[in-house]
Design a protein around this ligand. Structure first.
Ligand code: R5P
Length: 311
């Protein structure tokens, strides 16, 4: 394994960065990240990175723009300090939902974010459960897109009742739902979702048989919980057993989400720690650490090995 490497954390998820570093037998590198009085971001690396391989751990979780600028500033600092190679470990890639234009005179902000990551000299990106796999195509640099599905399925195997139906809450989640169903030996159903606003969605159709069946609703992320709330109502209307489990990789859990998901039919909500700040006092919520998977990926990258045997 290359000896000369260092892991720095932005402020988005220092616990995850520390857990990744611990898995690799080290501590995160020292750096100072502060805000100037006017809101600008100040970054300083407090140790040398000259000719070293650098990993910058920073999910683009809320406040997304601040975390993005921190990551850019860290990368710029590394490049100017002669790092040999900069890998951004971005377990949750913010703005990824903005991957197309819905109307005239709109940006494709997901692509814009990728462009600036590349512009500051990032050589490689490690990410997890991208909102849509084709977002990889926005990058010119190598991207290792990991998945939390095997990790979450290891837990779900023990918790789910037999005969579970894995439900995609919208067409975009169908591929992920199929992966879950394959691993859990379940069947698949899909809801057709119409987004009415940033927070409101409505389910118009259900494809699949959920009558009297326990369901597992899966998604890449839980942001406001609106998608899941309308999915829960649609499944219960269609006669699903009031024994629902929810699994998602990225738990943004914005204010109000918990209230939406505290439906008596929801028995368990399972997320990973890609995003920091999950409430500790929510009995139905379980947070699974994804640090071993990311650390395993970094170890293989350092050893110039394939990630094919990661899971
Ligand atoms: C959308 O296509 C995503 O996969 C999620 O379903 C959605 O972004 C979740 O957001 P919210 O929790 O606000 O409905």
């Amino acid at each position: 394994m290359a000896k000369e490497y260092v892991i720095f954390s932005g402020t988005a998820n220092p616990d995850l960065a520390a857990a990744i570093a611990a898995d690799l037998g080290m501590f995160p590198g020292a750096c100072a990240i502060e805000r100037f009085p006017d809101g600008e971001t100040s970054v300083q690396l407090l140790e040398s990175v000259r000719r070293k391989e650098v990993f910058l751990v920073q999910p683009l979780s809320p406040p997304v723009n601040d975390h993005l600028v921190e990551l850019l500033a860290l990368a710029d600092a590394c490049r100017r300090a002669a790092a040999a190679r900069i890998t951004a470990v971005v377990p949750y890639l913010g703005y990824a939902r903005s991957d197309k234009r819905h109307g005239r005179r709109e940006p494709i902000s997901g692509r814009m974010v990728v462009d600036v990551l590349e512009a500051v000299g990032i050589d490689h990106v490690v990410t997890m459960d991208l909102h849509a796999p084709q977002i990889e195509g926005f990058f010119h640099i190598p991207v290792d897109s990991l998945t939390a599905v095997p990790t979450l399925c290891n837990i779900l195997h023990e918790k789910l009742p037999p005969g579970v139906v894995v439900v995609a809450p919208d067409a975009g989640a169908l591929r992920m739902a199929t992966d879950y169903a394959h691993r859990l030996k379940g069947t698949v159903a899909v809801l057709h979702k119409r987004r009415e606003s940033g927070t409101g969605t409505q389910v118009t159709h259900l494809v699949g048989d959920v009558a009297d069946k326990p369901c597992l609703i899966v998604d890449d992320m839980i942001s406001t919980g609106g998608t899941l709330a309308s999915g829960i109502e649609a499944l219960l209307r269609a006669g699903a057993r009031p024994e629902l489990t929810i699994a998602a990789t990225h738990g943004l859990l914005l204010p109000g989400t918990r209230l939406k998901l505290e439906h008596e039919a929801v028995k368990k909500v399972l997320i990973t720690d890609t995003v920091a700040g999950a409430p500790k006092d929510w009995a139905r919520l379980q947070v699974v650490s994804i640090a071993p998977v990311i650390a395993g990926a970094l170890k293989r990258l350092l050893e110039h090995r394939s990630l094919g045997d990661l899971y």
